[in-house]
Design a protein around this ligand. Structure first.
Ligand SMILES: CCCC/C=C\CC(=O)SCCNC(=O)CCNC(=O)[C@H](O)C(C)(C)COP(=O)(O)OP(=O)(O)OC[C@H]1O[C@@H](n2cnc3c(N)ncnc32)[C@H](O)[C@@H]1OP(=O)(O)O
Length: 282
């Protein structure tokens, strides 16, 4: 999959303005800085950037667009001032529609394969809370800059659900194995400060603009590196995890469908949704 993307790695000419590649009618926007050639992909699904089928499809399309336009890098961020992404939209999994839930999980697989396997350098400007699926997106990138006083982590066990292997491998590609295992079992959410201390994020910034600038600086460190050599190196390092999901996509989908339809899982999701609603009315 990544091999075809490598064909796009021919350096592009740089100008001095920024242009909008996607329209605002979608749940994502892509803005390319023509000075740096770096694309910023912004998630925009109020209220919390819950990853539903439509948002996942738009994220996937935007990543493909960025790959195709020979951008020099991809920065993932959110238009919400306090939330990067609340993770998977629980309504997609609670009392699910039979057809839609298959499309939903397939779209999530597509996003992960495209982002984790992206041929361009990737960074996340985490400008708010980033639980579960939000953490998956951030850890799929090569670099993370987070704003203070938010939280990030894979909290699935707290919801009574189990993160699939590829969520765990992504987490483990950033954190030491022992720490990743403990955090996954605990469903631990890290504060920005804790995340920085353990290396779950690389830097802290005081504003979204600063976070984006730091991400751009990271991407800039590859300016003098041959893009094809960099992309092939990244591809080799990530090949095992990517191949595993590519080879087992159907089984992964069936496993998810079976799991999510278990009465105990549905009950747990219902209770969790109630607790979120109660929190909102307090
Ligand atoms: C086998 C399955 C494997 C699946 C793997 C991954 C699973 C996931 O990604 S599951 C999703 C896990 N996400 C969470 O646990 C986050 C839950 N949300 C929160 O903690 C907070 O909402 C958050 C910190 C993100 C934001 O807090 P606030 O700013 O205080 O907002 P509210 O809590 O008031 O939320 C506003 C509104 O949004 C609804 N909401 C929040 N998160 C979700 C979600 N993930 N899915 C669907 N809906 C969500 C929340 O209920 C509120 O709704 P209203 O009350 O109707 O306004």
């Amino acid at each position: 999959m990544m091999r075809s993307k490598l064909m796009n790695l021919v350096p592009r000419a740089v100008a001095t303005t920024s242009r909008q590649m996607s329209t605002a009618t979608k749940l994502t926007t892509v803005q390319v800085d023509d000075k740096t050639g770096i694309a910023t992909l912004t998630m925009n699904r109020p209220p919390v950037n819950g990853l539903n089928l439509e948002l996942l499809r738009d994220i996937h399309q935007s990543i493909e667009e960025i790959e195709g336009n020979k951008s020099r890098g991809l920065i993932l961020t959110s238009s919400n001032p306090t939330i990067f992404s609340a993770g998977l939209d629980i309504f997609e999994m609670y009392k699910p529609d039979k057809e839609r839930i298959r499309a939903f999980w397939t779209a999530l697989q597509d996003v992960w394969l495209a982002l984790y396997g992206s041929s361009v350098p990737t960074a996340a400007a985490i400008n708010g809370h980033s639980p579960a699926g939000g953490c998956l997106l951030a850890t799929s990138c090569e670099y993370r800059v987070m704003l203070p006083k938010y939280t990030i982590g894979l909290n699935e066990t707290k919801l009574g659900i189990v993160a699939p292997k590829w969520f765990m491998s992504t987490f483990e590609s950033v954190l030491p194995r022992r720490l990743a295992e403990r955090a996954l079992n605990q469903g631990r959410m890290f504060t920005t400060e804790e995340a920085l201390a353990v290396g779950l994020v690389d830097e802290v910034a005081n504003s979204k603009e600063e976070a984006i600038a730091k991400c751009a600086q990271f991407i800039g460190t590859f300016a003098k590196v041959n893009p094809l050599a960099r992309a092939l190196t990244k591809q080799q390092l990530r090949a095992e995890e990517l191949k595993q999901l590519e080879d087992e996509r159907v089984q992964d989908l069936e496993k998810f469908i079976f799991f999510v339809n278990q009465p105990a899982v549905q009950k747990g999701l219902g209770i969790y949704l109630e607790s979120l609603k109660k929190k909102a009315t307090k």
